[in-house]
Ligand binder design. Structure first.
Ligand code: PGA
Length: 372
């Protein structure tokens, strides 16, 4: 199972009610680009959690806390317990963020207690780890990550409720992002650690996010790395373009390519053929027909000529990808014609066909067009 990408937005101690409202409006309008494809959570300041929860309720965005108590509820002034988060409908919290570790003395032991509380209450955790600059320079990145991970294994019973965020401290809020290679190396090492300490299955399934000066510009090269499953974003999560970072994590969908199989002596005749193709030539009129147009579409396997009723050529702009559904394949004058009749659909597609193999024209040969 591929891992579902995950993006967290950490608003830290920023913003007002007004700015939260503006930001939520852009979170809502950018939601279509990643709905069902990327899991996303924003963590506002505590007094805004329920407001933000309400404001984004129609989007797939979830709302999390930035911190949680290491204790249960009781006489702990200023603390909010995992059970209380759960009771307020909050499903996520950050734990072990470097600012909590370095500025508020959160030790490995405390992170372990907090994770234990969350596991008991059923609250999911974004568990942050990462090295300081001097630790990286001393070649201790993996040792630090291992120490931080080792502290919590014993407390985790349900790994489905844990996401790990690798955030090199020198990259947080500094504009100095780790290179995709640096991040990939650290992520691969963390996954290996989890595999030895817990199991290969857990290591394969757990999402490991990168955090530290992530922007819409630099996120694309990072997400391409095999062990980077998303991001924890600080500064850039306060901007309307935060949803661009989430959208960049939508996995590329393998195209359902038309497959042209040579079957000697078989007349190509089929119905219900579905495929994606990029329009490579502007529609031209079919000779001798009043309302039929010819459109050439293709992908990197081949091109094929499509017969389309005139009223459907609207979507056939050169360069656009079209989704052909339930097309009819027939032989006309010795040429294959993939016809889009009134029972078929021809729509612009969300998926993009990257390249087209114009040299391989399958329209004029005896091939069977299959839809798998
Ligand atoms: P940044 O913060 O994106 O502003 O560097 C990341 C974080 O603190 O999680």
């Amino acid at each position: 199972m591929p891992r579902k990408p995950f993006v967290g937005g950490n608003w830290k101690s920023n913003g007002t009610i007004e700015s939260a409202k503006t930001l939520c409006a852009s979170l809502n309008s950018g939601a279509a680009a990643y709905r069902n494809k990327v899991e996303a959570v924003v963590c506002p300041i505590t007094p805004q959690i329920s407001l933000v929860n309400k404001l984004v309720r129609k989007s797939p965005m979830k709302v999390g806390a930035q911190n949680v108590s290491a204790s249960k509820e009781g006489a702990f002034t200023g603390e909010v317990s995992a059970g209380q988060l759960k009771d307020s409908g909050i499903q996520w919290t950050l734990i072990g963020h470097s600012e909590r570790r370095t500025k508020y003395g959160e030790t490995d032991e405390v992170t372990a207690q907090k994770i234990e509380q969350c596991q008991e209450a059923g609250v999911s955790v974004i568990f942050c780890i990462g090295e300081l600059l001097e630790e990286r320079e001393a070649g201790k990145t993996d040792d630090v990550n291992k120490r931080m991970m080792d502290a919590v294994y014993g407390k985790i019973k349900d790994w489905k409720k844990v996401v790990v965020a690798y955030e090199p401290v020198w990259a947080i809020g500094t504009g100095k992002v780790a290179t995709p290679e640096q991040a990939q190396d650290a992520h691969a090492a963390i996954r290996k650690m989890i595999s030895s300490a817990v199991s290969e299955e857990v290591a394969d399934a757990v999402r490991i996010l990168y955090g530290g000066s992530v922007t819409p510009e630099n996120c694309k090269d990072l997400i391409d790395k095999p062990d980077i499953d998303g991001f924890l974003v600080g500064g850039a999560s306060l901007k309307p373009t935060f949803t661009d970072i989430i959208a960049a994590c939508v996995p590329a969908i393998p195209l359902k390519k038309p497959k042209f199989m040579k079957v000697d002596g078989v007349e190509p005749a089929a119905r219900g053929v579905n495929f994606f193709g990029k329009v490579v030539k502007a529609p031209t009129k079919v000779e001798g027909s009043e309302d039929l147009m010819e459109v050439v579409v293709g992908d990197d396997t081949a091109i094929v000529t499509l017969s389309v009723r005139g009223d459907r050529v609207k979507v056939c702009e050169v360069g656009k990808t079209v989704r052909v559904q339930n097309a009819h394949v027939s032989m006309i004058k010795g040429f294959i014609r993939v016809a889009v009749d009134k029972w078929s659909a021809l729509k612009p597609a969300e998926e993009e066909v990257a390249s087209v193999n114009e040299k391989k024209d399958m329209s004029g040969v005896e091939y069977e067009l299959t839809n798998n």
